[in-house]
Design a protein around this ligand. Sequence first.
Ligand SMILES: [Cu+2]
Length: 299
Amino acid sequence: MNTPVRLGLYGAGLVALFAAAFGIASAVAPDDVATRWAESTASGHADGHGPDSDSDVTGLALVDGGYLLDTVTAPREPDTPGDLTFRILDVHGSPVTDYDVEHEKELHLIVVRSDGTHFRHLHPARDDTGTWTVPVEWAAAGTYRVYTDFTPAGATRTTLSRTVEVAGPVTPEAPAPTSVSTVDGYTVTLGGHLSTDTTGTLDFTVTHDGEPVTTLEPYLGAFGHLVALREGDLAYLHSHPHGGDVAVGGTSGPTVSFAVQAPTPGRYLLYLDFQVDGQVHTAAFAVDATDGADEHPHP
Ligand SMILES: [Cu+2]
């Protein structure tokens, strides 16, 4: 039996995470990062680059900010229907039952295999005891990363993750860079580019049978929802759609744009959820982020 590909959560990745989260744009010496990390941790999000900023990266740990993602239970073999369940515990070990709504939901659950395939964006149901449940059935074996993206009432937005092992032979895939993705008869073309420098814009244009789709419907309060993961450690980047609030009943298209800044150069996996005729579709991309310092050298 093949061994599932395992995620590496190395110190360097965590350093990169915090460097990104606290706005260190260019490469800095490890000692410097460590110092800034300590300062940033002590001050929380006080420097203003908090969860509401255009781009930050998180999701590499099962505990953050006093909140803990408790054990995740799920089917352990492919093709076996079951429930994925978990709780979020607070600093006292009590299940969290009071959440703020973000993007129309108390909690967003992202599940992806460690090679970037088998992506899902789910919305589990919570009971009064704080247990979240959603039915799942794995289509393939492997190591899956489960992200919970939520905001405890009155606290800051938090993304925690754990891995789930699904037994069986694994054939990892390596998503190649692509700017065109097809899903359910739709073709989505990615424009713009990803850089570490300034917040760049990614533009997704949706067509169907060669015709622009101008009937994109609001989904989670916007005309599209984008998840960006960093290949290598599967760090989770928050991104935000351009444009203001979506009018109820309004439609848009064919292009939706997002502000995303890559914390580091390298490859990123992008998953765009969009809704047409009441159906949500997910288009997947892989893109390479460039180093902004190389593009705009400072004198
Ligand atoms: Cu969601």
